[in-house]
Design a protein around this ligand. Structure first.
Ligand code: PRP
Ligand code: URA
Length: 209
């Protein structure tokens, strides 16, 4: 069964409002995407396994917890997911990074894969897919399918905004993954953009509007 977290934290709400505002420029938009990714990532990594290790403090020897188990791969969906990478690396600086290139076909809105480069032993890692926008859910579902086809079993997906249609599609296609959404918006419009949304995330991050 998938776990779904829709965030209810005032800091995330505040920052998403700034992100949506069309007067927010490229520089601030990038900073906000990164900050929100860090705040969401803190929660998404809550279940990381720990093991006890022996250490010596200046006072005594003691057993204390350290991270153990599968190593993490952060996998942005290009382009817009790139904006969230540093936010996650703030929390897990040693994470490996994979890239999945996908764009929505302008006519059909279906995802087209154009690039994939993943870290070694990807099937042994917990993979965190990053994309600020979950609209129809086509890109997210295709990215999860791609990772599963490589043998990955531990998958988390993080989006800053989600449309109900996209969230439902992702749950239906992949009921076994963990999904983290910063906010659940109203709906998709006739162009399959999220409403009220924030516009085209890639264009706003990279200043290509
Ligand atoms: C956007 C977004 C997602 C996708 C979401 O990317 O970053 O990847 O659309 O839409 P979906 O849920 O309907 O698949 P886009 O295709 O615009 O590419 P870009 O990031 O390169 O601009
Ligand atoms: N991609 C975006 O960048 N924004 C949307 O609202 C939908 C897809």
């Amino acid at each position: 069964m998938s776990g779904i977290v829709v965030f209810d934290h005032p800091l995330i709400k505040h920052k998403i409002t700034l992100l949506r505002d069309c007067s927010t420029g490229t520089r601030d938009f990038r900073i906000l995407i990164e900050e929100i990714a860090t705040l969401m990532g803190y929660e998404a990594l809550r279940d990381l396994p720990l093991e006890m290790t022996e250490i010596k403090t200046p006072i005594e020897s003691t057993k204390a917890p350290v991270l153990s188990g599968k190593t993490i791969a952060v996998i942005p969906i290009l382009r817009a997911g790139l904006g969230m990478v540093k936010g996650l690396l703030t929390l897990v600086p040693t994470a490996k990074i994979g890239h999945i290139g996908m764009y929505r076909d302008p006519d059909t809105c279906l995802p087209r894969e154009y690039y994939c480069k993943l870290p070694e032993n990807i099937e042994e890692r917990t993979c965190i897919i990053l994309d600020p926008m979950l609209a129809t859910g086509g890109s997210a579902s295709a990215a999860v399918s791609l990772l599963k086809s490589k043998g990955v079993t531990s998958i988390k997906f993080m989006s800053i905004l989600a449309a109900p249609e996209g969230l439902a599609a992702l749950i239906k296609n992949h009921p076994d993954i963990e999904i983290y959404c910063g906010h659940l918006d109203k709906k998709l419009n006739e162009d399959k953009y999220i409403v009220p949304g924030l516009g085209d995330a890639g264009d706003r991050i990279f200043g290509t509007i």
